[in-house]
Design a protein around this ligand. Sequence first.
Ligand code: HEC
Ligand code: HEC
Length: 286
Amino acid sequence: MLKKILKWTGRALLVIVLLALGYYTKAYITVGNRKSKVYAVKPVRLHIPRDSASIAVGKRLVTIKGCTDCHGSDLGGKVLFEQKGMGRLVARNLTRGKGGISKDFDTDDWVRAIRHGLQEDGTPLLYMPSGGFSKLSEADLTAVIAYCEQVPPVDRVNPPSEIGVGATILTDLGELELFEAEKIDHNAAPPLAIREGVTADFGKYVSQICTGCHKPDMKGTPGEGGTPNISSSGKSAQWTDEQFFQTLRTGKRPDGTELKAPMPWQMTAAFSDTEMRALRVYLKSI
Ligand code: HEC
Ligand code: HEC
């Protein structure tokens, strides 16, 4: 009798293992296909300014758009995340030093990466948040490239990004968004320039970089490890304007608690007064 039961438990276990392997194989193949998909995107031809004023604008943008948060203040890149079984995410070295961008990396390649989230061969970059950059105005995008192209070379050979077993499963389940290129309208024509001012329109423009985490409706994602609702129905809408600005400048909420990672408050701390006020107007309007 016992022998029989053991035999059947063993078989049930075998079925479960085979089902799990079947699921993983399916996830591995689908994620692999998404990773190797070639997007036939032809970046618009942009003229990159070389004057010091544009480079100065670009230097500020590289901070307020979060590039330096991930790629480092010297743009030499760094490992953002690494865990056995999960994988590794690495923001690449964007300079012309050892381990940096390839020798023939040109303006088209910058546009393809920043605006479209794609590598030189047309396959998607992993985790690079281009969804928040795809609508950058031409004036801002060219200033960013102007600055990046002239930063001093940094010799830093970073290991490559890797999608491990855990990350493959989470990506397949939609819990992890690795391929920003999938979210982007590659045929959209972003504005040439944007009019700055304390308006909801400009606030919406500034908030594009928040959408990857707080979602396009700014209502965040519920649950453990999620992001808070920062729209008019969120807690932060109850703060005074001054408390809101103070929180995004110091990383401390009105009640004294800290804004924990990955909330990039060093990025928002560099926002100008106009950018902060416009952002506030927009967030309260939605
Ligand atoms: C949330 C982190 C993050 C932010 C913010 C970010 N990047 Fe990236 N970026 C990455 C990662 C990760 C990769 C590498 C992806 C890979 O290995 O597939 C990458 C890749 C790139 C590449 C491709 C380089 C190459 O060798 O092909 C460029 C160019 C780039 N980023 C520029 C920028 C610029 C400019 C900004 C700001 C406007 C920016 N990134 C903001 C994470 C980030
Ligand atoms: C990389 C993901 C990420 C990005 C990008 C991001 N945030 Fe956040 N944000 C978070 C997380 C996570 C928290 C919660 C932090 C905590 O638990 O302390 C947060 C918290 C906040 C809070 C506090 C809300 C509350 O109710 O306590 C505000 C306000 C906020 N973010 C505004 C912004 C704005 C504005 C932007 C864009 C300019 C932005 N965030 C971009 C992840 C992000």
